[in-house]
Structures are given as C-alpha cells and as structure tokens.
Design a protein around this ligand. Sequence first.
Ligand SMILES: NC(=O)c1ccc[n+]([C@@H]2O[C@H](COP(=O)([O-])OP(=O)(O)OC[C@H]3O[C@@H](n4cnc5c(N)ncnc54)[C@H](OP(=O)(O)O)[C@@H]3O)[C@@H](O)[C@H]2O)c1
Length: 293
Amino acid sequence: MELRPLGTTGLPVSAVGLGAGRIGGADSSETDVDTLVAAALDLGVTLVDTAPSYGFSEERLGRALSGRRERVVLSTKLGYGIPGVPDWTGPCIAAGVDAALSRLRTDRIDLAHLHSCGIEVLERGEVVDALRRAVDAGKVRVAAYSGEGEALLWAVRSGAFGAVQCSVSPVDQSSLSAAVAEAGLRGLGVLGKRPLGNAPWRFRDRPPEADVAEAWERFRSLALDAGGLGWTELFARFAAFAPGVSAVLLGTASPGHLAEVVAAVERGPLDPAAVESLRAAWRRVGSRWTGRV
Ligand SMILES: NC(=O)c1ccc[n+]([C@@H]2O[C@H](COP(=O)([O-])OP(=O)(O)OC[C@H]3O[C@@H](n4cnc5c(N)ncnc54)[C@H](OP(=O)(O)O)[C@@H]3O)[C@@H](O)[C@H]2O)c1
C-alpha cells in the first residue's frame, strides 16, 4: 500500500486508512476487531481513525493494537462527552485527551481532531488553545479539525492545525475546489472521510439513516456514469486521488471490503475523462449541496 506524507506533519500515512466507526457496536465482537486490525496491517494500512462517539471503537482498538501500537498512525476526535464538563470548552479538550489516551492504551495520540464544532467555537479560541497545549505537552502529535463548510475553511486558513478531515467522494465534492485544494497548498494533511459516499448503490429503497439517505438521494440525482468500473472502485479511486487528499478513511467492519478498496486504490488514479465526468455531474446537479458532516 502506497505511503503518502500527511501534509508537512512528518507523518507518513497509507493512502487508505481504516475508519473505525463501524466497529464500536454490539454487532462487532473483540475477535472481529482483532481480525480486522490484523487484516488491515497485513494489507499495509497504517492509518486508523476513531472517535469517542463510535461506541466502544476506541477501547476495542486500544486492545487490538496493544503490542503493535507503533505500526499505526492513530487518529481520534475530541470536544464532547466528558461527564460533568461542558462540551466544547478548554477543560473538555484537556480531559478528552487524557480519556482517549487511556481508552486507546497509548501515551500519544498521533492526530487529534476537533470533532465537527462550528466556526463560532473555533473563533472563540479556547478550544483551539487547549488542543495546542496538548500538543505542547507531547500528548498529541498533530492538531486537526474535522468538519465542513465555513468552519473547515476557517480551520485550513487559521494556521492552528496540521491536518483536516472532510467528506470526499463523487457525492461529496463541495470541499474539493476550495478547502481541500487550499489545504494542500498550505501543507496541511487532508483525510477524506466517507470515500464511498456510504456506498449508496447497495440500497434499492431509501435507507433509514439520515446521512446515508442523503447520499442515496444525491447518488440517484447525479445519475453518474461508472464507465465500466464497479461503483466501489470508481468512488475509492476518485477520492483517494482527488488533488490535495492525503488519504481516505474507509468505514468498514469487513476485512474483505477493506481489501477490495485497497486493491482498487492500488490501480492508481482514474482516467482524467472519468474524473471530469464525475466533476461535471456535480457542477450540473450538486453544486449547491453542502458537505455531509
Ligand atoms: N469526522 C466525522 O464527523 C466523520 C463522519 C463520518 C465518517 N468519518 C470517518 O470516515 C470513515 C468512513 O465513513 P463512513 O463509514 O460514514 O462512509 P464510507 O466509508 O463511505 O462507507 C462505509 C459504508 O460502506 C460499506 N462498505 C465499505 N467497503 C465496502 C465495499 N468494498 N463494498 C461495499 N460496501 C462497502 C460499509 O459497510 P461494511 O462494514 O459492510 O463494509 C459502510 O456501511 C468513518 O469510519 C470515520 O473514520 C468521520
């Protein structure tokens, strides 16, 4: 698996990372997570992204990675969920870092994202300063922001972050020409989340989850041309080679699905005409759609 620089952070990351949002629930066992992590490492996947809001994902990863923690760039998120401490405050960030270190069984978080706060939180400064102090203390290597729209652009331009995370796929193109391109030029790492756009082709009828339903509606409206490729391959290669993107985060609980996406990305960038066809469909139909948080 290709290793790429995460902007100018000095961290190399695999072009495909494991998004661990699907392994925190009751439908995954600790054995399943061990198997998935072992498969990821075998495939050369060295980037793993989790969050406190993904059920038991952090705890399970901490356990599965014990003894091999140094083989991955470990990414998580902050800003909420500390009992007795108001969300989106400096103390919540400080306590959140310590709680994540403990759940992940590590002494250092490689990438810590502010998890989808609005621009007003960023502008207030308190939370950004608290994250910088965690970097100064050696508990976090790279301060990062995850989000969309004006807050993402603010984060890219602020100088406060070494990396950002946002949605990138044929059904999530709203950040490509502005925030992602500018992040690349400024030397920030960019993690493309939802690279399959939640794989909307799987559903015959409108799926129940709001974010997946939105992707499904976009997919139908865009009426994309797969150009003879499978949808998984088309989406994965589009996202992984979008200008400015350092790596994509595939959300999966399935070693086979991860291997399929790794193999697709190893086939390299899409033909430029295929990329232009996806970009043109977006300009025609989707240009007013905002980034899916
Ligand atoms: N920062 C944020 O606010 C935020 C928000 C959303 C996502 N993320 C990050 O991005 C990651 C990915 O996002 P996501 O899971 O929402 O979207 P995604 O990666 O676009 O889609 C994941 C969905 O596609 C399925 N899938 C995966 N590989 C497949 C394949 N080869 N063929 C068919 N279906 C496949 C998965 O199910 P299976 O388990 O069955 O494979 C899952 O339901 C998350 O885990 C997280 O790390 C961050």
